[in-house]
Design a protein around this ligand. Structure first.
Ligand SMILES: [Zn+2]
Length: 448
């Protein structure tokens, strides 16, 4: 009796499933057709006449350079004049550079350092609204001359960064090339908003809560299945200063961190670790993460391990300066000398000395997107880098961190035509990098 119904039922289910699949797999004529704000690159060759060029390979400027661009790539960099009648972009009063690379951004944050800012975004804004704001932040990044960014978590907005990245790649909206992490990972009880509200009030948490070795592996698998590029962990929290050391509370156990790194590497993805102090940094470095974020204090032994393992250091000094500044403004006092900032400076100088690989990243989004992250280059020069070294961290070094050095990071034949220009000579005055006059991404002029 059961069989009699079962066979027709199965046949019906099969056919209706097929019909549904037919409905989703629409032909090209019926496909949705969104408005695309970004045009494709011009079909014919374009010649950019640069007054000077910092190509990202050498430490010097070269005068009077012509960059030939075909579609989205650089064809030639030379001193030859463009042919008669050619399509020319005249930047002969400006210095051209490779588009900058920002290795630590948060497009889903519009400021989180001041009291209440973070909570308001998670509690009062929908993910949809925050995604719209994220596209305006991405637009701002490009406007500041950053043609590539690594965005290190959405802070409660799930995997919406994957969508922003894809929308940019599909030319729907203007923005830099993006690598994204979706949700970061932290252990139970360590990340806002949960510890900040009454225990019986349900609030969102800015990360994915992950506990235990098995939980860690599962979380990596789950996150990567949603199309993220990197995995990010919070390796420590809190912190108190003693004996010129920033001493933090490690979050994950070393076994948990190792499981996260191993699982990510097994799937050919890499791990970024937020770690600001002694033991957090130590555990992250021991576990073999690929990039160390902030690293306000790094012990000399851990620095050696970083060099040996090739772990990147992404120091973020500007955000601490920003804190000192706004707190003084709010209190109506002069900015106080910050012991934390002194430790950061010392760590930065030691890392430079030790030959740790350093890439430029600021944590922008923690401070608002209406100021250029390039202001941090000034701090990096103040703390001992040459202007050329600082520019390399924000171009070719960032490209290497993202394993995109064959496509971006220098102005060279074969790479994407990601080119920016400024007035004057940034090797004499690095603050010029905050005033970008021209931005081209992939052969398309965004700002002129
Ligand atoms: Zn961050």
């Amino acid at each position: 009796m059961l069989k009699k119904f079962l066979i027709p039922f199965c046949l019906f289910a099969l056919l209706s499933g097929f019909a549904l699949a037919q409905n989703i797999a629409e032909d090209a004529d019926n496909a949705p057709r969104p408005v695309k704000l970004v045009p494709p690159p011009p079909a014919g060759p374009v010649y950019i006449r640069c007054g000077a060029l910092f190509d990202g390979k050498s430490d010097q400027l070269e005068q009077n350079i012509v960059i030939t661009i075909e579609r989205d790539r650089i064809k030639q960099v030379s001193k030859l004049s463009p042919p008669a009648g050619a399509q020319i972009v005249d930047l002969s009063t400006l210095t051209c550079l490779p588009g900058m690379v920002e290795s630590h951004t948060h497009v889903f944050l519009q400021g989180d350092r001041k009291p209440g800012q973070y909570d308001a975004q998670l509690l009062k804004q929908s993910v949809a609204y925050r995604a719209i704001e994220a596209t305006t932040a991405a637009h701002a990044a490009l406007d500041w001359g950053f043609t590539t960014i690594r965005d290190l978590e959405t802070e409660g907005a799930g995997y919406a960064d994957v969508d922003v990245r894809n929308a940019i790649n599909n030319r729907l909206v203007w923005g830099p090339r993006m690598q994204v992490v979706g949700r970061a990972m932290d252990v139970t009880g360590a990340y806002p908003l949960q510890p900040a509200y009454a225990w019986d009030v349900m609030v969102p948490i800015g990360v994915q809560t992950v506990d235990g070795v098995e939980g860690a592996r599962k979380a990596v698998r789950e996150q990567l299945s949603h199309g993220t590029d990197w995995v990010k962990v919070y390796a420590d929290r809190g912190g108190r200063i003693h004996d010129n050391i920033n001493d933090t509370i490690p979050t994950f156990t070393l076994d948990e961190l190792r499981a996260i790194v191993d699982e990510a590497h097994r799937e050919h993805h890499r791990v970024a670790a937020h770690a600001t102090g002694l033991m957090g940094v130590h555990d992250a470095v021991e576990a073999g993460v690929d990039t160390l974020e902030h690293g306000n204090y790094i012990a000399p032994e851990d620095m050696k391990t970083m060099v040996a393992k090739g772990i990147w250091f992404v120091p973020t000094p500007y955000v601490a300066e920003y804190d000192v500044q706004w707190r003084a403004e709010r209190a109506g006092t002069q900015p106080k000398e910050s012991p934390g900032l002194k430790i950061e400076e010392d760590t930065f100088r030691r890392a430079l000395q030790a030959g740790v690989k350093i890439a430029f990243g600021t944590d922008v989004g923690a401070f608002e997107w209406d100021m250029s992250p390039a202001r941090q280059l000034v701090t990096m020069v103040k703390w001992g880098m040459t202007p050329a070294q600082a520019l390399h961290t924000a171009t070719i070094r960032g490209a290497e961190l993202m394993q995109m050095q064959n496509d971006i990071g220098t102005v060279e034949a074969g790479k994407y035509a990601d080119i920016i220009a400024v007035q004057g000579n940034p090797l004499n005055d690095i603050s010029q990098m905050q005033k970008i006059s021209f931005v081209m991404k992939g052969g398309v002029v965004f700002k002129k």
